[in-house]
Write a protein that binds this ligand. Structure first.
Ligand SMILES: Cc1cc2nc3c(=O)[nH]c(=O)nc-3n(C[C@H](O)[C@H](O)[C@H](O)COP(=O)(O)OP(=O)(O)OC[C@H]3O[C@@H](n4cnc5c(N)ncnc54)[C@H](O)[C@@H]3O)c2cc1C
Length: 502
């Protein structure tokens, strides 16, 4: 019987980053993944030669000296990544129906203020207050700044509502909506999303914004090489169904085919509710299970990956967020009659052509209940199944509705389409292993911040959690969370020293 030092379940970024950190520290790591392809949301797929990302379209914080840069250096992948910096004066552009102005988010705080002040000449003071507050909130999160601290550092920042804060700095409705214009990045909900979530995400992109050239799966590829290169093992096509306890500790995890993986320590990269479902231990109290199961998940998405006819659409080095309504917060609460209320438009960055684009992704919110009638179907490349003609028709109708909206803003778009491939909440669910295809996992709520904070420790002393449900989602959030998880094993002082000196 082989026993690993650490068994990690799930090869999302969280699992891969923990695996890399621990393998490089000499731990014998085994990483288990249910899918064919590792990476979870980092997975890419190729259609007609075009590479599409499933869950990473751009990241922030990758300029020298910034947080993700230093973390990726520590993980040993920074110098290997193929990246393209988005336009300095516009990484995200916010568009509204009936308004010809392109509202621009620029990189660098002074630049961000300068560009938006050109569009809102009366609002420089408000923009300065906005940026100072974002920076202040971020400074209260020690690990995000790669330093040591404790809960009390951030306590004051936890109970601020994003929407209320934005409304407090300006009465200009358009500016308010522009500042909330990228809330898809954190599934922002009015009167719920804490300002710290908005701040930690926005700050990272304002500092610097980057696309992965030829897809974000390169992160997973390079991390997995570090794990294997340090003597670790990665097992794919293997779904874990049980964490089995013996003498108050997890002794092994068991796969759906009965294979057992023994370890001294276990890290789960799965949604905490899923982890608990697979753990029968009475060390985990009923009250904790009830709390975790009662937490709401963020909404899901519908997205269409479009293969473009060659040389029909110019590559644009920034993203668009379009709204058919003035109130950018309202799109999350769409009704079937007015769906879609907006979309995000992401260009694929290819190494082969920087002038023309070969693929784009159009994304909009979709609730799981819209696809619930097909909830008993399952379809991934490793386990291919047909969800039926009605589902295909549903996707076609929805795609055409979305394309009509894109065409109205970008005339000629429809003529550029060569073919397209859709993803619904069921796709996200089946590839990631959640129940509802949630975009970013557990929803944070400024009214009860402690209820939505998940610790990397569990009541079982050798079982840890990692991944997007802990503190913050996204590539940066999950990487910071992996450091938090591993610091329980390696010690935070030791890790921070290593990160600093990487
Ligand atoms: C559509 C979309 C767009 C996004 N865009 C961006 C973006 O532009 N920038 C950004 O920074 N972030 C973005 N994100 C968020 C980001 O991708 C995620 O927060 C992050 O990748 C999640 O990492 P994770 O470690 O939590 O693992 P996940 O990606 O959730 O992966 C979990 C892994 O566990 C595996 N697994 C599940 N159950 C089992 C089991 N029983 N046994 C074995 N393995 C199992 C899954 O197959 C999966 O590989 C996006 C997310 C989505 C959905």
């Amino acid at each position: 019987m082989e026993q690993y030092d650490v068994v990690i379940v799930g090869s999302g970024l969280g699992g891969l980053a923990c695996g890399t950190i621990l393998a490089k520290e000499g731990y014998k790591v085994c990483l288990i993944e249910k899918n064919k392809q590792i990476g979870g949301n980092l997975q890419t797929f190729v259609r007609e030669g075009v590479v599409f990302d499933s869950g990473v379209h751009y990241v922030g914080g990758l300029d020298k000296g910034q947080n993700l840069y230093q973390l990726f250096k520590y993980l040993g992948i920074m110098d290997k990544l193929k990246l393209r910096k988005l336009d300095e004066d516009v990484f995200d552009a916010i568009l509204f129906e009936g308004d010809p102005v392109v509202y621009k988010y620029a990189q660098g705080y002074e630049n961000f203020i300068r560009v938006l002040t050109e569009q809102f000449p009366e609002e420089e003071a408000a923009l300065r207050i906005y940026c100072d507050k974002i920076k202040d909130v971020c400074s209260r999160f020690p690990l995000y700044n790669l330093r040591k601290g404790d809960y009390f550092d951030k306590i004051e920042a936890l109970e601020i509502d994003t929407k209320t804060f934005i409304e407090s700095i300006t009465s200009n409705k358009k500016l308010q909506n522009v500042l909330a214009g990228t809330s898809l990045l954190y599934a922002g909900e009015p009167d719920k999303t804490p300002l710290y979530v908005h701040a930690l995400v926005l700050n990272s992109y304002i500092e610097s914004s980057w696309r992965f050239v030829d897809g974000g799966s390169q992160i997973a590829r390079y991390l997995s090489r570090q794990i294997v290169g340090s003597g670790g093992r990665i097992v794919n096509y293997t779904e874990v169904v049980k964490f089995v306890e013996e003498d108050d500790k997890i002794a092994y995890v068991e796969s759906s085919t009965g294979e057992k993986f023994y370890g001294k320590l276990f890290i789960s990269n799965l949604h905490p509710a899923k982890t608990l479902e697979m753990t029968e231990s009475d060390r985990i109290k009923k009250a904790f299970r009830t709390r975790i199961n009662s937490l709401e998940n963020s909404i899901s998405v519908f997205y269409v990956n479009v293969v473009l006819k060659p040389k029909t659409m110019k590559y644009v080095n920034h993203n668009y967020y379009y709204f058919a309504v003035e109130d950018t917060w309202s799109v999350l609460d769409y009704k079937l009659e007015n769906w879609p209320m907006g979309f995000a438009f992401y260009y694929s960055a290819s190494s082969e052509d920087t002038e023309y684009c070969d693929g784009v992704t159009v994304m909009t919110y979709m609730r799981f209940d819209e696809v619930a009638k097909w909830k008993d179907t399952f379809n991934t490349v490793a386990n291919e199944n047909d969800r039926g003609a009605e589902y295909e028709e549903f996707k076609k109708v929805k795609s055409e509705m979305l394309f009509d909206m894109v065409e109205a803003k970008f005339p000629g778009f429809k003529d550029s389409i060569q073919s397209y491939y859709t993803a619904t909440p069921l796709t996200v669910r089946d590839y990631i292993g959640t129940d509802d295809g949630s975009l970013y996992g557990i929803t944070k709520d400024y009214r009860e911040p402690m209820r939505t904070f998940i610790s990397p420790r569990t009541k079982i002393s050798n079982l840890y959690l990692t991944g997007q449900n802990l503190n913050l989602h996204g590539v940066l959030g999950v990487t910071v969370n992996a450091v938090m998880t591993c610091s329980q094993i390696l010690g935070i002082d030791y890790m921070l020293e290593k990160i600093k000196n990487a």
